[in-house]
Design a protein around this ligand. Structure first.
Ligand code: ZN
Length: 425
């Protein structure tokens, strides 16, 4: 089988506009995999942190007859770089008579030169063609989403939105990826020690190379102004942070700028979790719901050593902090993240007739509860059985929550022309 070389369609187009003379070698970079059977070639700096083994890469324009002198090309590549350990990828670019870009790759090693099966990574419109019908992907490409908290809850939400075609992200988190996070996080060992924001940005770009991703490595409780600036410009705020203070702060920002917000979280060891949608001024706000006693007995999941150290006295040893970190399984977080994605896509697609529009009739509630196991806050729930009249584990429940006219956050701001239309009577 011929080795396969992937190149980005847009990079080849760019190359053709500035590589005007035939025969000149332009340097790029390639990454080789699996005994040099697959290569990813870039003519410009890769947009994300790549994997694979770094290999030399050159691009050259064919002459007017669409030809290159392969013998001369091979010897000039060998003169430019040492090929004893790894081969080089050479991209021969050209424009077809109808104007479409052409690119064929050659693999040059120290002993031979061989043609490769060259494949284009297509433009945006083709990447998401399979979502068509269910989602208006061109509209989603223009949507801006702010995701606060890029842990095991926030990172899959961000990634799934990118997969659906959402095009603009601001990722906010100041934690770095720890060894203990790996089993549940979308990022792996290769990203250890990196800021979660930057590692997740790379994952998003792997799914949607045309996404625009801004990152902020800040503690939002200490950087309110820049975070609020990002919230003011977004279409949807997604909150998967791990502390109440940040959620109350973000609630205030979402109300200040009239931005719909989604709050999702898991409780201890991910026995369950909940998702709250806040439509400012029409439905309950975060404070309306979480000051009402609804959350009694639900202890927040603790997944970072930072959280444990924050609640322990200074003299307590690190081992004690490590022992406090009790996390659930990735499969226990997944339903909560999945629900957040569904509601997020519904909110972002509002006003358009798409395949998911009918969900609007189902997802009437603003607060949703999920239980993975009969423990913690759900210990008293009856066994899951054939009767559907009682709440059971592994099913979603939409809870009727109301806007509190006495709410200290949104109640006092009521305007005369703002009826409490979000209240379910
Ligand atoms: Zn409120």
């Amino acid at each position: 089988m011929e080795p396969i070389v992937y190149v980005l369609d847009e990079q080849v187009r760019d190359l053709l506009t500035h590589l005007t003379s035939a025969g000149t070698l332009e340097e790029g970079v390639a990454f080789g995999f699996d005994d040099w059977t697959v290569f990813h070639a870039y003519t410009e700096k890769p947009f994300t942190t790549p994997s694979g083994i770094v290999c030399p890469c050159f691009a050259v324009r064919a002459d007017t007859a669409g030809m290159v002198d392969e013998t001369r090309l091979t010897s000039s590549v060998r003169a430019r770089t040492d090929l004893s350990e790894r081969p080089a990828v050479v991209l021969v670019v050209d424009t077809h008579s109808d104007g479409t870009p052409q690119c064929r790759a050659l693999i040059v090693s120290h002993s031979k030169m061989a043609a490769a099966d060259t494949r284009f990574v297509p433009r945006r419109s083709e990447l998401y063609s399979r979502n068509a019908g269910l989602l208006e992907t061109s509209a989603l490409a223009a949507k801006k989403v702010v995701v606060v908290g890029l842990g095991s809850g926030g990172s899959p939400v961000a990634l799934d939105l990118a997969r659906a075609g959402v095009g603009q992200f601001t990722l906010i988190d100041f934690d770095r990826l720890e060894l203990g996070n790996i089993s549940r996080h979308v990022c792996g060992i290769n990203d250890l020690g990196r800021y979660k924001t930057l590692a997740v940005r790379d994952q998003i770009l792997q799914k949607n190379p045309y996404a625009s991703v801004t990152t902020m490595e800040v503690n939002i409780n200490q950087a309110l102004a820049p975070v609020e600036e990002a919230v003011a410009k977004c279409d949807l705020l997604i909150v998967a942070s791990d502390n109440d203070q940040s959620r109350f702060n973000l609630n205030q920002m979402s109300l200040n700028h009239n931005r719909t917000a989604l709050y999702g979280r898991a409780i201890t060891r991910a026995a369950g979790g909940d998702v709250l949608r806040v439509r400012p001024w029409t439905g309950p706000c975060y404070n309306c719901v979480f000051s009402s006693g609804l959350i009694d007995g639900r202890e927040e999941e603790m997944s970072q050593k930072r959280q444990a150290l924050a609640v322990l006295p200074a003299y307590v040893e690190e081992d004690k902090a490590n022992a406090m970190i009790q996390v659930g399984l990735s499969s226990d977080i997944a339903p909560i993240a999945n629900m957040m994605v569904k509601i997020a896509l519904l909110e972002l697609s509002r006003g358009q007739e798409t395949g998911i529009s009918t969900l609007d009739e189902d997802l009437k509630a603003d607060f949703y509860i999920w239980a993975n196991r009969r423990e913690e806050a759900y210990a008293a729930w009856p066994l899951m059985n054939y009767k559907w009249t009682r709440p059971s584990i592994l099913r979603w429940y939409g809870a009727r929550v109301e806007r509190d006219p006495q709410c200290l956050v949104c109640g006092g701001h009521l305007k005369a022309d703002t009826p409490l239309q979000g209240i379910v009577q």
